[in-house]
Write a protein that binds this ligand. Structure first.
Ligand code: ITT
Length: 203
């Protein structure tokens, strides 16, 4: 069994990964590390994810173990990508209702979730790689559903009619997080661990 360490303070993300690993039937043990350094926000998800990983790595790294961190958020087209890299701050301040107010009477409700996942490709050399996943969809007019976390109650994935918070199984089959995680596993284990890893749903 392989061991992966996820560095994050967000229990919702952790639950997503646990469900993804279970659903993909992977022989992986996911462990959780709380960040030790203050969170910094850069102008891209990729840069922020890399910083989160490198500034929170334990001094001694375990061999044959994967360390990863991620930066994610919601980008709303009619708001020119807002809240984007500020998603965490915006959720804590104006919240879902504040976002819905900004979208009041807006006809173009398209949006996307982005997940940039930074991981150590080689723990010995501290070689970092960043992969990303995207979920396209739209912002509902009101929060619906009690599952998931963060912006899940207002986000409906493209081609479906329920919010992520109404159908967490659906979310974890196709989400930005699922795609980024699969990319990381494929980069790390392809060729070494039998087959390529793919999700059931298309990208
Ligand atoms: P970390 O310790 O992992 O950094 P965080 O909550 O600070 O946790 P981010 O900086 O990546 O995470 O902020 C992302 C924000 O976007 C945060 O408020 C999340 O709740 C929200 N978010 C990220 N992914 C989401 C998802 O899949 N569904 C709903 N909301 C999400």
């Amino acid at each position: 069994m392989k061991r992966v360490y996820f560095i994050s303070s967000n229990k919702g993300k952790l639950n997503d990964y646990l469900q993804i690993i279970k659903e993909m039937n992977l022989d992986l043990e996911l462990r959780h590390l709380l960040p030790v350094s203050e969170e910094a926000v850069y102008d891209s998800f990729e840069k922020t994810a890399k910083h989160k990983l490198l500034s929170n790595l334990p001094e001694t790294l375990e061999e044959d173990t994967v360390y990863f961190a991620e930066d994610s958020g919601l980008c709303i087209d009619s708001l020119k990508g807002f809240p984007g890299v500020y998603s965490s701050f915006v959720l804590k301040t104006i919240g879902l209702n504040g976002i819905l107010k900004l979208m009041d009477l807006e006809e173009n409700r398209t949006a996307k979730f982005v997940c940039a996942l930074a991981f150590l490709e080689s723990p010995r050399k501290k070689l970092t790689k960043v992969v990303t996943g995207l979920s396209k969809g739209y912002i509902h007019t009101k929060p619906l559903g009690r599952k998931g976390f963060g912006y899940d109650p207002i986000f409906v994935p493209k081609g479906f009619h329920k919010t992520f918070a109404q159908d967490l199984n659906l979310k974890n089959q196709l989400s930005h997080r699922r795609q980024a995680f699969e990319k990381m596993l494929n980069t790390l284990f392809r060729g070494k661990n039998n087959a390529t890893i793919t999700s059931k749903q298309g990208k």
